[in-house]
Design a protein around this ligand. Structure first.
Ligand SMILES: Nc1ncnc2c1ncn2[C@@H]1O[C@H](COP(=O)(O)OP(=O)(O)OP(=O)(O)O)[C@@H](O)[C@H]1O
Length: 354
């Protein structure tokens, strides 16, 4: 059986921003495919180019500064790298949806929820809107449809965003840190909902997150981004059990444990992703080549005090057995004839007269 053609097919994508400090190479030759109904996680730390890759797929890259794009980002056959604004807008309207971290930033604060969902769906009746809201687990959907965004909790607002994202039957949803602002239990429910709805409807879902644990829980496949490249890709089980790239090893090692501690820091933390500077770019050439190079396993950092050379403590001086002992100094005894020092009254009491 042949596998379905990918909805998103990114090949050797490069995205570069010009900046006064030099070019910022946000994405450096990343490749990624997502099939219909597949949930793929794009994991990596801040600045690794995850959002820029997602925005390229959405055709939503900022125009200022105008980024330089090379490579291919096919969205159902349309190359988002070379497509003109009109084609991209047509694709955005019918093919792709986005769910971002802050629903308040995406919702119109002065418009009722129901009206916004209806508009996102390109027109829908009150019953259809209530159905869409109910499908994302929103209780009392008719009532909530009449509410304004600020009247809902963060979790409910994000469910509204998911309802809006699904309303146009998109081919691809890019969810960029969609639950980071929510508390952990709500996070899990919203992500489960998003993943289940995508699979059920055959929507390709790209989940952009810095949290490997979250991706491992809901994604079919995980791509690890590091310094603008996809350095490793596999199922959650493959990455968790047999990570190959030192950065993935580091990500796994630094996951918080149940007792609240962080596991030892791995080699990935020694190789910070670069920023746009020239020296950073030089560092990148070294860091990104890590899998091809000999794997350097760094010893865990020692306590700072251990780094100092051991200090020599002189042995205690022993007195010669025949040496005369100096009597210990004692404070001179006060002359009973004298009275206490001024201010001593509290300690000694008033001097009694004989
Ligand atoms: N419009 C822009 N102009 C200039 N540089 C940009 C622009 N957008 C992103 N960058 C740079 O591109 C690099 C990658 O950014 P990106 O937002 O994709 O990282 P990220 O992995 O999504 O990080 P985070 O998890 O913090 O969002 C960063 O160095 C960032 O500063």
């Amino acid at each position: 059986m042949t596998s379905p053609a990918p909805v998103l097919d990114v090949q050797d994508l490069h995205v570069t921003f010009a900046s006064p400090g030099g070019d910022v190479h946000a994405v450096r030759g990343a490749s990624l495919q997502i099939a219909p109904g597949e949930v793929v996680g794009l994991v990596g730390e801040s600045g690794s180019g995850k959002s820029v890759l997602g925005l390229t797929a959405l055709g939503l890259l900022p125009r200022t500064p105008e980024p330089r794009l090379e490579g291919v980002a096919l969205l159902d056959g349309l190359d988002m790298v070379t497509a003109d604004e009109e084609d991209m807008r047509a694709r955005r309207g019918s093919y792709i949806s986005a769910v971002f971290q802050d629903p308040m930033g995406s919702l119109n604060p002065s418009m009722r929820i129901g009206a916004q969902v209806a508009e996102a769906a390109g027109g829908a009746t009150d019953e259809e809107v209530a159905e869409m809201l109910a499908a994302t687990g929103i209780p009392e959907p008719e009532h909530k449809a009449r509410a304004y965004p600020h009247e809902l909790s963060g979790g409910l607002r994000q469910r509204v965003m998911i309802a809006m994202a699904l309303s146009r039957h998109p081919r691809l949803i890019v969810a960029d840190e969609p639950t980071t602002a929510l508390d952990v239990t709500v996070q899990a429910k919203v992500l489960d909902l998003l993943a289940a709805a995508s699979r059920e409807r055959g929507v390709a879902l790209l989940l952009v997150t810095h949290d490997l644990g979250v991706a491992a829980r809901i994604c079919d496949r995980i791509a690890v981004a590091y310094a603008g490249r996809i350095v490793e890709e596999g199922t959650a089980a493959q990455l968790l059990q047999q990570p190959h790239h030192p950065y993935t090893v580091g990500l796994l090692a630094s996951r918080p444990r149940l007792d609240g501690s962080i596991a030892r820091r791995g080699p990935a933390h020694a190789a910070r992703p670069p920023t746009g500077s020239a020296s950073a770019a030089r560092r990148l050439r070294v860091c990104a080549a890590l899998p091809r190079r000999r794997r350097r396993v760094r010893r865990p950092a020692r306590h700072p005090r251990q780094r100092r050379a051991p200090q020599r403590v002189p042995p205690p001086r022993r007195a010669h057995p025949l040496a005369r002992r100096r009597p210990a100094r004692r404070p001179p005894r006060p002359d009973p004839a004298e009275g206490p020092e001024p201010g001593d009254g509290a300690r000694h009491g008033p001097r009694r007269s004989a």
